[in-house]
Write a protein that binds this ligand. Sequence first.
Ligand SMILES: Nc1ncnc2c1ncn2[C@@H]1O[C@H](COP(=O)(O)OP(=O)(O)OP(=O)(O)O)[C@@H](O)[C@H]1O
Length: 301
Amino acid sequence: MTDVVRVCELHHVYPGGGEVTLSGQDFVVGPGERVAILGPNGSGKTTLLLHMVGLLTATSCQHCTVLGLDPKRDFGQLIRRVGVVLQHVDEQIIGPTVWDDVAFGPKSHGLPPAEVRARAEEALDLVGIRHLAGRVPHYLSGGERKKVAIAGALAMRPELLILDEPFDNLDPRSRADLIEILNRLNRERGMALVVTTHDVNLVPRIADVVYVFSRGRILARGTPLEVFRRPELLSEANLEPPALIQLFAALERRGVPVSPPASVEDAAEQIWRLLGRSGQGDHSDGPPPALPRARVAGQGG
Ligand SMILES: Nc1ncnc2c1ncn2[C@@H]1O[C@H](COP(=O)(O)OP(=O)(O)OP(=O)(O)O)[C@@H](O)[C@H]1O
């Protein structure tokens, strides 16, 4: 099957002097894949995303295709199939009301009024902001404006959704809701996802594949666990593994028979087993006892 995205050897020099080189390996998103990009400030994450949606012209680039199209040349076709949520969402919110803004994409692509209405309502409901439909975006909170931009992107029912720091400004509940919506659309509609984030703790919940960028190089591609098990790689990119991975690595170093957990549930299950309990969810006999002190403190390993 064709790649959803493939970018090789991108070099971009901004007129203002900033420069981005992405080399080392290709940036590839497979069909229906959920991809997270991790990297320090200024490592070129946004620059790559802007190239993928045809908003920048590379100084040089060996190859750049999205859904088999050239983002610059085929911008008109691509924008019908790819949704994008920019880091600074005020740059993309243009409607005088939330409703106008969310309906803008379907309307401007000539969909019939009933379809425009259905798409806008669906998108507002997905993000949980139908109650904001009549409001002026300018007077919304930062998190609410972010949700408006996300709804606007979803109203086009994109095959690929690109989100630059989508979790910034969102409270924990809104963040969890957004993760759930994105995962559901990925599962049910096969929508591929590319997400940049600095929050390593969210990565296992939103990505199958992680890329690590640092100083002009794509340092690594792997599953979240593969990447998080390589602390040297993460520190090269000014990143730390999630707290849970660090905790389990510390336990492993002390000889406790655990492996890096893929999720909080996985971590809980491993601890449950260590405590001599068995069977997933077999927690009916009350709360687990405290971990033996020596093991936790690393004295008895
Ligand atoms: N419009 C611009 N003009 C000049 N330089 C720019 C411009 N936009 C970005 N740059 C420079 O390009 C480099 C990469 O920026 P980019 O925004 O792609 O990084 P990033 O990885 O998304 O960073 P962050 O995590 O801070 O959002 C930086 O050195 C930045 O200063």
